[in-house]
Structures are given as C-alpha cells and as structure tokens.
Design a protein around this ligand. Sequence first.
Ligand code: ASP
Length: 327
Amino acid sequence: MRKRFFISVALLIASVLAVALPKSGSAQERSGKYTIVIHGGAGTISESMPEAVKTQYYAALKHALTIGRDVLANGGTSMEAVEKVIRYFETDPKFNAGIGAVFTSAGRHELDAAIMNGATLQCGAVAGVEHVAHPITLAKLVMEKTPHILLAYQGADAFAVKMGMKPVPNSYFNTPERKTELEKWMKRLKDHDHGTVGCVCLDEYGNLAAGTSTGGLTGKMPGRIGDSPLVGDGTYANNKTCAVSGTGIGEEYMRNAVGFNINALMAYKGMSLKDAVHYIIHDVLKPGDGGVIAVDRHGNYAMDFNTTGMFRGVATSTGTFEVKIWK
Ligand code: ASP
C-alpha cells in the first residue's frame, strides 16, 4: 500500500516536472556566442545606383540585422531570429519577398519560402503561394503542424487559412517598380531581377537555422518553383556542419544542390565553411549565377557571390556589425 502511494507521488512529481521544465535546447546553458548573417539578393547591382537608394538599402539591411541580433543577444533561438528577420524583409517593398515580390509572366505573384532547424533537421516549406503575407511563417507552420515538408499552390494557401492566417489579395504584393521590371524583362531589355531574402544564424545554445523567402525570378512561368523552398538547394541547416541560404538563378542552385553540397564538403571532405562555400560559388556555379550566406557551428561565417553584388550583412556576439552590397 505504502509502496503504491510512493510510486504514485513519484509519478506525479515526474509529470509536473516534465511540464514545468524547459524543453531541451532552451534548458541548455547560454554560451554567449552567436552569429547572424542576412542577404537581400544577389545579381547585377549597379554601383552607380543613386546615393539615396543606396542609403535606403543600407538602412534596411541594418534594420533587419538589428532585429535578428537582438533576438539572439536576448537568448532567443536561431529559428526565432530567422523567422523574425525574414518577416521584416517580407514587408519591405525593396526586396523580392512578400510585398515587392516579382511578377510572373502572367502578371501575378507566386511566393516560395523554406525554414530549417539544424538541431533536429526539421524543416518546412511552401511554394507558389498567392495569398499569404508571410510565407516564412507558413513554412514554419508546415514544419510544426503537418507530417510534410513542402506544401504548394492552393493546398498551401488553404493550409494558411486553416492556421488562422488572413488571406491577402494577390495585388497586395504589387509594386510599380516590379511591374516596370517585368515589362523590361518581357522586351528582353534586362536580366532577371533578384532581391530574394535569407537569414542564417548560430544561437547561444549552439543551434543553427536557415531560412529563405522569395517571389522567384521576374517573368517566370506560372507554376515554376525555384531553389529557395527546396531543402538542400536554396536552404539547408545541419548542426553538424552549417546553415546556408542561397540567392541567384534557382535552376543552377537546384542542379548543383548548393546547400546540401556545401554541407557535404564539410562533412565528408573536412573542408572549412569558407573553403566549401568558395568552391561551390566559384568552381561549381558559373559567374553571374548568384551567392550564398552561411554560418558554421563555431560561428564562422561566409558571404560569397559570383555576381556584381549581393545585399548582405553580418552581426556577431564579438561586436561585428556590418552591411555591404558590393565586394
Ligand atoms: N533563387 C531565387 C529563385 O530562383 C531567386 C533569387 O534568389 O533571386 O527563385
């Protein structure tokens, strides 16, 4: 009788502790060490851009970096930082994600996004969504609330509604600048416009995360899906190696499994993050294809590209805080 009583008390205490104690990850000690790297797209970015426009880009990059840095410095997780940074970019019309997404050849917007947790290899992605203001958050919900990794088109839009996200009309993403770019692109007067956004982080618990969000390529065929929502191509994170977000011609990133291969060079060949990124960007991809940002579990980072520029920035717990566009 007494024994049964003690067993019940022990079980009760165990279940109370299971609920009250933080889950693994957040229960870990904080190392005081973090790194965050962001990008706002790579491509042909003219250095003769008006000073006022340059200033706006630098300010936006600093703003995004500050959002993520503050999450990490206050003990937030890499997943939280990635989502928060990308949600900001999705509201800034200068970037090709959320508002400001490029137009398809049919004059609409189809958005792609992915997020990946390097600690667990859990990931979620959406492709071709037309009515979701924050595709990155929908990608995280796919990861958390479904047994799947990638939802596309009407199924993804319907899932967003089911999750309580208010649908926006497709015109919500319109900007006059992107319309002009489509017109020029249709007349073959210019290359695809970039401006995809991404974020990779190492948090104080030693966990990596990566996320990417995009409208894809200007004038893409309706139904085209790029590399950004494809885990292992435009987005990848694994605590054993690195977290990567790419930007550029998605078809090349898919052909070369860019995110996974940077990880594989580190895992199987013992390459450093910097060397692995350099190899993929300069020896595997072609000049003009794009760039990547990446961070490893020690907080080393890389921001490399084979285009004229890449909107980018990095902040670390040791005081680095910089944003750049060109070399
Ligand atoms: N990689 C994106 C895509 O192909 C575009 C970009 O990064 O600018 O969809």
